[in-house]
Design a binder for this molecule. Structure first.
Ligand code: HEC
Ligand code: HEC
Ligand code: HEC
Ligand code: HEC
Length: 111
């Protein structure tokens, strides 16, 4: 695991102490990440880029390259980027896409 990811987890632990329980459950991924590192952890100056390239680079910096992650990441290395499957302002950790070709997100391309 990268140092950056470890320090983000450590920071999240501290932030969680200050958060109400209601803020912890069911939040979309953009919000859980904002609680850890602010909008700036993905967006330069907190503003979204036009093409998502900056945001995608931020994901890789913390989580690593797709080729180093398990299925379904490795099979799409060099073909897709994180944002093709993970919709940060819509999905919670629980309703991220499933590792199943029948998942609607996969079926967009493989259906
Ligand atoms: C974990 C990364 C992440 C964090 C943290 C995050 N965003 Fe985003 N946001 C994204 C991605 C990815 C997109 C879509 C890519 C793009 O179009 O730039 C996006 C899109 C947006 C958009 C465009 C409209 C939309 O919903 O698609 C706005 C506005 C936005 N973010 C504002 C914010 C604000 C304000 C915060 C902090 C409260 C924030 N974001 C935190 C990743 C993040
Ligand atoms: C500043 C570091 C950082 C950035 C930038 C970041 N993440 Fe994360 N992310 C974390 C940490 C820490 C967690 C919580 C620990 C974990 O689940 O790995 C997390 C959790 C997640 C989860 C939920 C894991 C689960 O429990 O199912 C997903 C999915 C995710 N990140 C995807 C992304 C994507 C996609 C981007 C880019 C838009 C991104 N992250 C940007 C640090 C980061
Ligand atoms: C082809 C669609 C797809 C792409 C592209 C993708 N993911 Fe995922 N991601 C998934 C699916 C599906 C899961 C759930 C895997 C499981 O349940 O085993 C997942 C799970 C995760 C998790 C939770 C922990 C784990 O490894 O299961 C994180 C963190 C994550 N993705 C981050 C990323 C990042 C960062 C990128 C870009 C570098 C990315 N993903 C690109 C589909 C994708
Ligand atoms: C944005 C389009 C897109 C999405 C979304 C997508 N894929 Fe793919 N996937 C591709 C492309 C393109 C390839 C490489 C060409 C090929 O082999 O079909 C590929 C290759 C694969 C492969 C390896 C080749 C094969 O067919 O055996 C698997 C397995 C796979 N995808 C599963 C998934 C799963 C599971 C999901 C959902 C979590 C998913 N894909 C989401 C576009 C996508």
């Amino acid at each position: 695991m990268s140092n950056k990811l470890l320090s983000a987890i450590f920071g999240a632990g501290l932030a969680a102490l200050a958060m109400s329980p209601a803020a912890l459950a069911g939040d979309v991924l953009a919000d859980t990440h904002t609680d850890m590192g602010g909008c700036e952890s993905c967006h330069v100056d907190g503003d979204p880029s036009a093409d998502g390239a900056q945001e995608n680079a931020a994901c890789v910096e913390c989580h690593g390259d797709m080729g180093d992650m398990g299925e379904p990441h490795d099979v799409h290395e060099g073909i897709l980027n994180c944002l093709d499957c993970h919709i940060m302002h819509e999905q919670t950790a629980a309703d991220k896409p499933q590792l199943d070709a029948a998942d609607p997100k996969c079926a967009d391309c493989h259906g």
